[in-house]
Design a protein around this ligand. Sequence first.
Ligand code: NOJ
Length: 539
Amino acid sequence: MGPDTGWWRDAAIYQVYLRSLADSDGDGVGDLAGVRSRLPYLRDLGVDALWLTPWYPSPMADGGYDVADYRDIDPLFGTLAEAGALIRAAHEHGLRLIIDLVPNHTSVRHRWFQEALAAAPGSRARDRYLFRDGSPRGLPPNDWQSVFGGSAWTRVQDGQWYLHLFDPSQPDLNWENPEVRTAFEDILRFWFDRGVDGFRIDVAHGLIKQAGLPHLGSRQAGLIEPPARHRHPYWDRDEVHEIYRSWRRISESYGPDRIFVAEAWVARPDRLARYVRPDELHTAFNFDFLRCSWDPAALRSVIDSSLQSLHAVGAPATWVLSNHDVVRHVTRYGRPTTRGRGPQHEHGGPVDLAVGRRRARAALLLMYALPGGVYCYQGEELGLDEVTDLPESVLQDPTWERSGHTRRGRDGCRVPLPWRGTRPPFGFGPDGSTPWLPQPERWRSLTVAAQERDPGSMLNLYRAALRLRHEHPALGDGELSWLDSPPGVLCFRREPGLVCMANLSPVPCPLPSHEQVVLASEPLEDGKLPTDTAVWLQT
Ligand code: NOJ
């Protein structure tokens, strides 16, 4: 397969949030054997690959994004042998497996950090991280803020400080240190040798920090991304690309089917495109689409700018609506105004879940008809909403503590999946087990078993859309051309012979001429496309 035909150019990738997919042993936390038991479901859903959130040994201070050992599996999730069994079983089900790599920081429990703490300032062990002296007045070395809240520096016993762009339990690595680079190249080989099909790279835009670690001053921007106009001392530095060129050489040595996906929060589509140049990473999450409000003009502009920038470097676009870091899109779309609020914004007025689900159904058909690859975050195929009323006592996201209890964080989109039955744990774990986050009773109508019985369910819409993505020659990688449409309506054509129309206006809209309706997110009304509805037409 050449670079223009790789499987990843139009793959549908299902994100498994490992702690919350399926719990095989009843300890309340999802695990690898749980994932293995659900492979038939995932195959039947029609996705091409799975991306698993981190499975490594970890104190779980940030849901496993605090890695203590990159070459093993946390006992909570299973064993190395179980990981091998999962990789093989996934392949037997025709599913590829992508794992999460966390190169920006380790856990404080990582052997390297323990050595650094035991070593003296200026030592080789400390140089793997970013240790610095503070100011003479006892202040941190600079004014950088942690994404989770508070200063990005923590002081150790001998008075030095270490940098952590995230939680204090996640010290940032020093990517200027050649030992760090070599170690990660070996980690890539370790897992490629075990058969994984690729890596999702956590915080891919954050590895390189500007020499001298200058104050941010007025350049403080969004917490996870740089401002549009200025260079930033740690987000999206140009020097990061050399790292990815060396990683691409490694993946290529295993053949063209092993891939990388960048998690890079950047300011503009052209900056994102730099991560997916031909000799760098294969794809990158397109967060502009996820961040976009339910607004036709804004969506069209994001679609155009994404396609233009990514195609300029020969890379396919990817489209994503939800993940384990943002408010579930059923809830976002159900708010009175979807405009001007970031996807991580937890508040925003009363939520109308019926409106949210209707828009989510339309968004699915809109997104899955776009050129490129698509993501599905576990539970979105069930239309799950954000659980906004988790009791404070169960919140685990470090954001809650670090923000001084002002931001509840991301637990509401991480609640374990409902599979069957009428009461928690809804088949997530054995009957009688208690999931690590409580599931709302109202999810009894959203279980997989309930939705399988209902031809009009969200699950059956996802299954139909995914099946058509495989069967219809117009869907997947390729080009798109916009067609004229009334105000508030998005309409485009994919060749050969497929038109996608999404009505975001308040009035029903006539359909263009067509041979047949291939799939609609809601029933048509008098042959017209109702508000917040999308349709695929054969022409
Ligand atoms: C991005 C991950 O998706 C998020 O869950 C995590 O907290 C941060 N990176 C830090 O690793």
